[in-house]
Design a binder for this molecule. Structure first.
Ligand code: PHE
Length: 346
């Protein structure tokens, strides 16, 4: 994977917090990627996250066949309680200044810790922002579309592993009930899936009850005996150590950066567990936002493009099998081919 084109590390003049914008690649087009507000022990940990997340966005767009590049913004929040609203506005304005200074090379969107209202505030400073609320002309919350896209990926895996795309009666373990995880759990429950769920916030137990799901602890859920484990929270859930304890046929979900290190993909493969790369299964949100806001696709067309993730995953699994590769290798090869082709014709 190529190195980053540009990384800005900036201390916000209002908030005093470290704002990191990582532009991994603009080979396919101007970069896009969400704004993550998260706590890190050290700003360098935030930098490492931004570097990894922005590279994944490049692959996400390449495999989705969209003419956008990969970027990400991370704001390193201090340890302690939540930001008070005034401080939050300061942070968002600091972020907006950095994005504005990049002159369109990068546009942001929602990610962990941010949503459409935050995008509205950023849009007061710069137009390079996706997912403003619909009444302001944006495409709104991306999380329902990310959830739809992950369901499409799950269907492709269902076809491959169980011979049917239907989730009726399928046993799934959903890790994380944030905006995307909860939306996906709802879609799955509505289809008759048997759900085991967890979240680091025990307050989410209500969602489990509402869906008739079994609540598990974040520590135990990876060992649940299910058909598919669905990572829908923060990254690095799959490690060299814990892969040995998995009792599922597949791991597919919307969380970004699911693997603690790339070699975990091989360990999964050796255990006969099918892993769909996170950047393929999580693309629904950006596919919807970019199609709607940049390519002016109507609602039906945007939805069709999100649901096309099912065919993308189906084709990837097919290619991987034919070539004797892991799905991760097949997806990386597809992304690399598309980037090379774009670079060659530039
Ligand atoms: N959080 C989204 C992702 O990881 C980022 C995003 C959504 C960016 C919508 C732009 C628009 O894919």
């Amino acid at each position: 994977m190529v190195q980053h084109e540009q990384v800005v590390i900036h201390t916000g003049r209002r908030s005093g917090l470290v704002v990191i914008v990582a532009i991994h690649s603009t080979v396919l087009g101007p970069a896009a990627g969400g704004l993550r507000l998260w706590r890190y022990r050290d700003w360098r940990d935030g930098l490492a996250d931004a570097l990894r997340l922005s590279a994944a966005m490049t692959s996400k767009f390449a495999v989705a066949g969209l003419p956008s590049g990969g970027g990400k913004t991370v704001v390193v929040l201090p340890e302690g309680g939540p930001l008070d609203p005034g401080r939050r506005d300061d942070v968002l304005r600091d972020v907006a200044d950095v994005i504005a200074s990049l002159g369109g090379k990068y546009a942001t969107g929602p990610d962990v810790g941010t949503g459409p209202d935050d995008m509205a505030l950023i849009s007061e400073t710069t137009p390079h922002v996706f997912c403003r609320p619909a009444h302001l002309g944006g495409s709104g919350d991306s999380s329902p579309h990310t959830a739809q896209g992950s369901l499409a990926a799950l269907r492709a895996v269902g076809r491959q592993v169980h011979g049917t795309a239907s989730m009726d009666g399928r046993r799934l373990a959903v890790i994380g009930l944030g905006r995307v995880g909860a939306a996906l759990a709802r879609l799955l429950a509505a289809e008759g899936a048997h759900l085991t769920v967890t979240d680091v916030d025990a307050g989410k137990r209500g969602v489990a009850e509402e869906l008739g799901a079994v609540w598990s602890s974040p520590d135990d859920i990876l060992g649940a005996e299910v058909d598919i484990v669905v990572p829908a929270a923060l990254g690095s859930v799959l490690t060299r150590q814990n892969v040995a304890g998995l009792r599922c046929r597949a791991v597919v979900g919307p969380a970004n950066n699911q693997l603690a290190s790339p070699d975990v993909a091989d360990l999964l493969h050796h255990r006969g567990i099918l892993w769909v790369p996170d950047y393929v299964a999580s693309a629904g949100g950006v596919i919807h936002a970019v199609s709607t806001e940049l390519h002016h696709a109507g609602a039906d067309e945007a939805r069709t493009r999100v649901l096309a993730i099912e065919n993308t995953v189906h084709d990837l699994l097919d290619t991987a099998r034919r070539r004797g590769q892991t799905p991760a290798q097949a997806a990386d090869a597809l992304a690399t081919d598309r980037l090379r082709a774009a670079a060659a014709s530039a």
